[in-house]
Design a binder for this molecule. Sequence first.
Ligand code: GLU
Length: 432
Amino acid sequence: MSSVAPSVSPRTARPSHAPAPNPWTMALRQLHDTAGRLQLDPAIHARLASCQRELTVHFPVRLDDGTTKIVTGYRIHHSLARGPVKGGLRYAPGVSLDEVRALAMWMTWKSALVGLPYGGAKGAVDCDPKRLSAGELERLTRRFATELSVLVSPDRDIPAPDIGTDARVMAWFMDTYSMHIGHSEPGVVTGKPVSIGGSEGRFEATGRGVALCTRWAAERLAIPLANAAVVVQGFGNVGAVTARLLHEYGCKVVAVSEIKGGIYNPKGIDIRALRLYHQEHGSIADFPGTTPVSNAELLELPCDVLVPAAVEGQITSLNAGRLRCKLIAEGANGPTTPDADSILAERGISIMPDILCNSGGVIVSYFEWVQDLQFFFWAEDEVNERLRHIMGRAFDALWERADMTQQTLRAAALDIAVSRVAEALTVRGLYP
Ligand code: GLU
């Protein structure tokens, strides 16, 4: 029998005795440290340290067995200073308000860092989408879209996919919104199917961006990518596309994982064959020629590049001292805690920070929104080229600042992003 979300989640690689780092505490600590470096006006700092709007909804979903279940959802707007707010919708068991707050704040920094005219938002529903039938998922999504109608619209708040949601969920969301207003409004969400106004290249965009950032960072750090050993945590949209593209760049992907655990082969895994195996079996477990590893073990495997592409709080003070990589390319949002950041900096391990590294998704979401607003659609080559241009420009500016100020890439990225948002708040002034 399908049911909506019991709450304990196996989503992390953390040993069971270790407390989960609170993402909002992490995000506030990053902001606090950045405010100190920038000598930010305390009034601006205080405004950025809270989310501007937090909507919690409790709503009924009719299950296939005829009963109804009350589920809880959230939509949080961190900052509206730089434009309409943008950010994904996460469906995950046990998702908390603090997790959504942190993810919304990170969206603000991400858009500011790469120069998109957006503020940051995030939404979530506490449910386990894997345990819902297609009908239950559709009813949940349509009701959630209706509950969020007080906030979303193409000129105010534009949701997108995140963990546990996909193009199909975005199609239901767009259809529900459009039914209410009486005409099709593709620009209300991004990450839709191409047939209803989605963008070419959006599905792969986050992984494409992670792969590009990895390549540019490897060049600067003089890590040859040919045969470089890569470990990828997560085989969802981001992890799977990143693994495939890095494999195509000539890297040797030695380990990948999903929620339940991972697989390892120090000689390299054939990622194309793995994708077919995954499609057929619904899991990567027992892929021929590999040995099983736990998610915690996987992070500590020897490699050149480690790509955490699952959830927050995976690299902490408990395991940072044992990582054996040269570069971390953050496909997930918030995979590394501030304490782990300091340990890794001391150990000389570079981190391509999430707010740049995984920004390909929201960049192509921006392209999708622009195409929807203009009813004028671009070819995939054009999308990919513009993505490369925007990310390349942000990457160069970030590297230059980190070099100039002798800071970590994370500190330099936050400095650029937070000062842009602070500037917008300052020039707009305080109302009334
Ligand atoms: N959920 C993605 C992220 O965390 C994409 C957000 C978007 O496209 O708006 O960046």
